[in-house]
Design a protein around this ligand. Structure first.
Ligand SMILES: C[S@@+](CC[C@H](N)C(=O)[O-])C[C@H]1O[C@@H](n2cnc3c(N)ncnc32)[C@H](O)[C@@H]1O
Length: 356
């Protein structure tokens, strides 16, 4: 019995790469939006018509949908119990596919996470990287020695994929996070905030909307700031091109969302050192607000635990890490901070307030 269990699991794990590729294909074909346009339920022939799948591929589309439904991406309901070809099966949206429908569309995030050239391919070089004694990151090994934040400068499509993914991810999660922590005083009492590595400003704009009296700015690299859409420069948020390792503009608080996990401990201590120079003392209201994972925090469900460790491996290829509390504490103390407070949010992430 145990042998059989292992045998099934081996197949299961060996096939997992098909799961994200199948989801990416469904998003590319526009299946979630097609179901939405069909009033929330669609048959295979409805889907073929709406997505442009060739009629010769109907039976393959049914198999793709059966797989995705078994992963929980779609729900199914058969209108005819004796249906043998699946033509009466109706597909509906689930919480995952609902956020992939046009409005509030999170597909740029999926496209980045499962991007063949900069994500998937890097992991197939992992074994060679483990055998190599050099300091080159897995990402650099696959990209001819170029680190991710230089590749965004040299490769316009990667820059766009990164900026679009970050914009939808922070746009989606910030309002939910602000609602969740609203009463907990994390942003109360601030008069100014700089979002360091803030991309196209979706997080800073959400904070500016929720706390209009807080003067918000975004600092990011030139190749990111120069591509920020016009609507981002409506005056509510100031955009600054610069390098966080060189200097950070002064503010009451520095906000760092999904930035420190891109870096190893030594780089994090340097970034946090620049943050400390930018903010006033704790008594004067100074703090750094980090939005990231704290591995081990959050609900104990398997999907949360697995997502946290997969996130860690995703960052490992940059030389970064998702950290446990003790690992965070070590870099805070090394950077000269005295105290911190963790508030778990959004199921698998946390806000960490770090005080000078
Ligand atoms: C993973 S993205 C996170 C973006 C955004 N904070 C979010 O949560 O969506 C990391 C950001 O750090 C920026 N970054 C990398 N190196 C930087 C540097 N030296 N100075 C300023 N920003 C930098 C990148 O351009 C990118 O926008």
């Amino acid at each position: 019995m145990l042998l059989h269990q292992g045998y099934v699991e081996l197949y299961h794990h060996g096939f997992l790469h098909i799961k994200s590729a199948a989801l990416l294909c469904a998003v590319g074909l526009g299946i979630p939006s097609a179901i939405h346009r069909c009033g929330g339920e669609a048959t295979i022939s409805d889907l073929a018509v709406k997505t442009g799948v060739h009629p010769a591929k109907l039976s393959y589309l049914r198999r793709l949908m059966r797989a995705l439904a078994s992963f929980g991406i779609f729900d199914t309901d058969s209108r005819k119990p004796d249906d043998t070809d699946g033509s009466s099966v109706v597909y509906t949206l689930t919480p995952v596919s609902r956020i992939l429908v046009n409005d509030g569309d999170m597909s740029p995030l999926l496209r980045l996470l499962a991007r063949p050239a900069t994500s998937v391919s890097t992991f197939f070089a992992m074994e060679a990287w483990f055998r190599d004694g050099g300091a080159t990151t897995l990402f650099e090994m696959v990209h001819g020695g170029v680190p991710p934040w230089s590749l965004t400068k040299n490769d316009a499509s990667y820059n766009e994929a990164m900026n679009d993914a970050c914009a939808v991810d922070s746009g989606f999660s910030m309002d939910a996070m602000l609602e969740e922590v609203g009463g907990k005083g994390i942003f109360h009492g601030l008069t100014s905030l700089v979002d360091v590595g803030g991309g196209h400003g979706a997080a800073a704009m959400a904070i500016a909307r929720a706390f209009p009296h807080v003067k918000c700015a975004v600092l990011d690299l030139e190749q990111v700031i120069s591509k920020a859409p016009g609507s981002a420069s409506d005056g509510t948020v100031q955009f600054i091109a610069g390098d966080m390792f060189e200097s950070i503009p002064p503010a009451n608080a520095v906000f760092l969302r999904h930035v420190l996990d891109c870096w190893d401990d030594d780089h994090c201590v340097k970034i946090l050192g620049q943050c400390k120079r930018a903010i006033p003392t704790r008594d004067a209201g100074g703090k750094v607000i980090i939005m990231n994972l704290v591995v081990g925090y959050g609900p104990l469900e398997n999907v949360v635990k697995e997502t946290q460790v997969l996130f860690d491996m995703y960052m490992m290829r940059y030389g970064g890490a998702e950290r446990e509390e003790q690992e965070w504490k070590k870099i805070f103390l090394e950077a000269g901070f005295s105290d911190y407070k963790i508030t778990p949010i959004l199921g698998f992430q946390s806000i960490i307030e770090v005080f000078p």
